[in-house]
Design a protein around this ligand. Structure first.
Ligand code: CAA
Length: 240
């Protein structure tokens, strides 16, 4: 019987590539999204992957959304915490709201999604929790004190929870993508983006499918000895 995977922010960008990659690898996939109804509808039409709307920043909405997914697709074996936002600003211009929005989605969102699924994974003695952190959680990034803090927090969460899950057959890992050609990176001013690409030894932005392949590997039964790890995929831009 095929396993079920749930991908947050799974209808666009890196998340969409992950949803498709897992489907191609034989999983039953559910994709969560927060806001862009039109993109989600198009994604489902193109891929056949059902999309479910709720905000990962809201614990109650996560619990209800997960219950709906599990009622329709069965227990979730693989959780991919991919949903993330940016509210970039130099720190002296950053507002408390920009700080809170990013922490609520990129850090608390990971708690809000993992917590309601944890007991079921423990009972079934199998689980995969894969969180998409970022190069900027590893190295820090000017203009992203909020985002870098949240993404570094995701790494601490991963390392702590990996130790709790190990004896219950649950692995907990993080992936740190570098700059990937998605809407999020394309929203960076072009002059700044050119500077960034110049810092990537491979000489190009990454592809979303390159991150999806990392997820498929970590989700597999064969990756059961890998837990608490950070898989870096950044074209050599930062070597942790
Ligand atoms: N790399 C190199 N230089 C950068 C930079 C970066 N990532 N971000 C800003 N700078 C530089 C600018 O080029 C500029 O340099 P000069 O003064 O020499 O021209 C200086 O910092 C100040 O920047 P701005 O003039 O743009 O200042 P601003 O107040 O108008 O805007 C900002 C600040 C909103 C942070 C804007 O610079 C910006 O969006 N920077 C990009 C920040 C970034 O890298 N975000 C990553 C988004 S993608 C992502 O988050 C996905 C992921 O996980 C990798």
């Amino acid at each position: 019987m095929s396993r079920t995977a749930l991908v947050t922010g799974g209808t666009r960008g890196i998340g969409a590539a992950i949803s498709v990659g897992l489907k191609e690898a034989g999983y039953n996939v559910a994709a969560n999204y927060a806001g862009n109804e039109e993109a989600a509808k198009r994604f489902t039409e193109e891929t056949g992957i059902p999309a479910f709307r709720w905000s990962v920043a809201d614990y109650g909405a996560c619990a209800a959304g997960i219950a709906q997914v599990e009622a329709e697709l069965g227990p979730v074996d693989v959780l991919v915490n991919n949903a993330g936002i940016t509210r970039d600003a130099m720190f002296h211009k950053m507002t408390p709201e920009q700080w809170r929005e990013v922490i609520d989605t990129n850090l608390s969102g990971v708690f809000n999604m993992t917590h309601p699924l944890w007991s079921g994974m423990r009972e079934r003695q199998f689980g995969r929790v894969i969180t998409i952190s970022s190069i900027n959680g590893q190295k820090g990034q000017m203009g992203q004190a909020n985002y870098s803090a949240a993404k570094a927090g995701d790494l601490g969460f991963t390392k702590a929870l990996a130790q709790e899950g190990a004896r219950a057959g649950i692995t907990v890992n993080a992936i740190c993508p570098g700059y990937i050609a998605t809407d999020m990176v394309m929203a960076v001013p072009e002059a700044v983006r050119e500077k960034i690409v110049a810092q990537i030894p491979v000489g190009r932005l990454g592809e979303a499918a390159e991150i999806a392949r990392c997820v498929v590997f970590l989700a597999s039964d064969e990756a059961g000895f890998i837990t608490g790890s950070t898989l870096t995929a950044n074209g050599g831009q930062y070597i942790a």
